[in-house]
Write a protein that binds this ligand. Structure first.
Ligand code: ADP
Ligand code: MG
Length: 323
């Protein structure tokens, strides 16, 4: 692909974990109830995501890899009420510009699937192939042709940790989806998809912790907060065990993570952080989750109000449980 495509690719696809996030988002947007993720070498040699979603119609498979060819926005009005995780139509073309990609997909109602291989962002092979309903996308040798990008990556072990952490947050964000995660042939996470937050929590953090975790359910200033928070006796050395979801999406927001930590006040040892998975619901107009193509940021109309609601909700759960 031309230089511009490669530069744009870097915006969306910074690291293996950003590829994983885009592929998981597409699977979720496709209505998947089961999602399998497998990766090798921290995602650098292979990332594969399979879903049982609605699949890509035979006539649209190549189109999915063309820039801005999203199927999710039909009109300008749609832009103001985006309910899907993706809508820019940038992820697949960016990934295909940075890696070799194969897709096997069968759309609902189609008798047979389509297999398509792309090299350098261009289709090189297409054939009909039997396939289960849904989509499997395989990404190989990420950044092999973009050595400048490789220099900025961590070790394969660090990239694998980042992918594992992302998968844990997604498993907690979508307890109604059965996730399976395999790192270098070893299964590291499996959730049932029975839509029970406590079961997802048990799959991620273990049954013993899930048994002790406290229910959070509170509404403050138009922000509803539900989820689970561990008692202060359970803690971690970093913030990685705090998951915050806004209108169903996992967000990375320092003020919101800080609000969760603050709720525990001085109940945690110095330098220790809680375990919690919290869903915030607020009017779509009060939040913008699409400010950055890499989905790293979220912006609120009134961030302090949201942080306060989160802090209150967690504090109320802790106080209700306190002896
Ligand atoms: P966006 O998600 O912003 O629309 P992407 O580049 O991520 O853009 O995907 C392009 C298009 O490919 C999507 O709009 C969708 O139509 C199709 N697509 C991608 N992944 C899947 C999937 N797993 N299942 C069904 N359709 C998919
Ligand atoms: Mg997408």
């Amino acid at each position: 692909p031309e230089v511009a495509a490669r530069i744009a690719a870097g915006e969306v696809v910074e690291r293996p974990v950003s590829v994983v996030r885009e592929l998981l988002d597409n699977a979720i947007d496709a209505g998947a109830t089961r999602i399998s993720l497998a990766f090798d070498d921290g995602g650098l040699s292979r990332i594969e995501v399979s879903d049982d979603g609605r699949g890509i119609p035979p006539g649209d498979v190549e189109l999915a890899f063309e820039r801005h060819a999203t199927s999710k926005i039909a009109s300008i009005e749609d832009l103001h009420r985006v309910h899907t995780l993706g809508f820019r139509g940038e992820a697949l073309p960016s990934i295909a510009a940075a890696a070799d990609v194969e897709v096997l997909t069968r759309a609902r109602g189609e008798p047979v699937g389509v297999f398509l291989a792309l090299v350098n962002g261009r289709p090189v092979r297409r054939m009909a192939r039997p396939a289960p309903e849904g989509t499997t996308i395989t990404v190989r040798d990420l950044f092999a042709r973009v050595p400048a990008r490789r220099k900025f990556l961590g070790s394969p072990a660090a990239e694998a940790r980042a992918i594992t952490t992302l998968a844990m947050h997604y498993a907690l964000a979508y307890p109604g989806i059965a996730f399976q995660v395999v790192n270098s042939g070893r299964r590291i996470l499996a959730t049932s998809g029975d839509d029970d937050m406590r079961h997802a929590f048990a799959a991620v953090y273990g049954a013993e912790i899930a048994r002790q975790v406290l229910e959070v359910d509170d509404c403050d200033g138009g922000v509803a907060v539900t989820g689970l928070a561990a008692p202060p006796s359970i803690h971690r050395g970093n913030r990685g065990g705090i998951s915050v979801f806004v209108n169903g999406r996992w967000v990375q927001s320092r003020p919101l993570l800080f609000a969760v930590v603050e709720a525990y006040q001085s109940q945690l040892p110095v330098g220790r952080f809680p375990l919690a998975a919290l869903h915030l619901r607020l009017p779509e107009d009060d939040v913008d989750v699409n400010v950055h193509p890499a989905k790293a940021e979220v912006r609120f109309r009134d961030e302090r109000r949201v942080a306060r609601a989160l802090r209150h909700a967690v504090r109320a759960a802790l106080e209700a449980a306190a002896p």
